[in-house]
Design a protein. Structure first.
Length: 121
């Protein structure tokens, strides 16, 4: 069996964020999303209604403890149906996000990750 080549360029950090999304492509779907990981270029998310690979989606990310949502546009780079949750898994790559919003997102994810690392010690 041939080993699968790792295509990821950046480390993934597990996180949990609620979001809303609106597809701008042919599906024109929208709904609720759950972010399950973060990387330098994008997110791993579960979508309430599947969106096609290559479509752009507008995201409204809700950071716990912060009243101002983070807005971003991202391209769907992969999709996979999730049988147990009946939600579609997807990877999205940021196309547009304001530097301040990215810094706020990084701060949230990093503080959660650092808290988990310290708790494991």
């Amino acid at each position: 069996m041939t080993p699968i080549k790792e295509r990821r360029k950046f480390m993934r950090i597990s996180t949990s964020l609620e979001a809303e999304y609106w597809a701008k492509g042919p599906s024109l779907r929208s709904g609720q999303a759950q972010v399950f990981n973060f990387s330098r270029e994008g997110l791993g998310i579960h979508l309430s209604d599947p969106v096609g690979r290559g479509e752009h989606v507008d995201l409204n990310l809700k950071v716990p403890g912060d009243n101002v949502p983070i807005f971003a546009t991202a391209e769907v780079t992969w999709t996979k149906p999730e049988e147990a949750s009946l939600k579609a898994g997807a990877g999205v790559r940021f196309v547009s996000i304001k530097p301040l919003d990215l810094a706020r997102l990084l701060d949230f994810v990093y503080s959660r990750w650092l808290g988990g690392v310290r708790g494991a010690l």
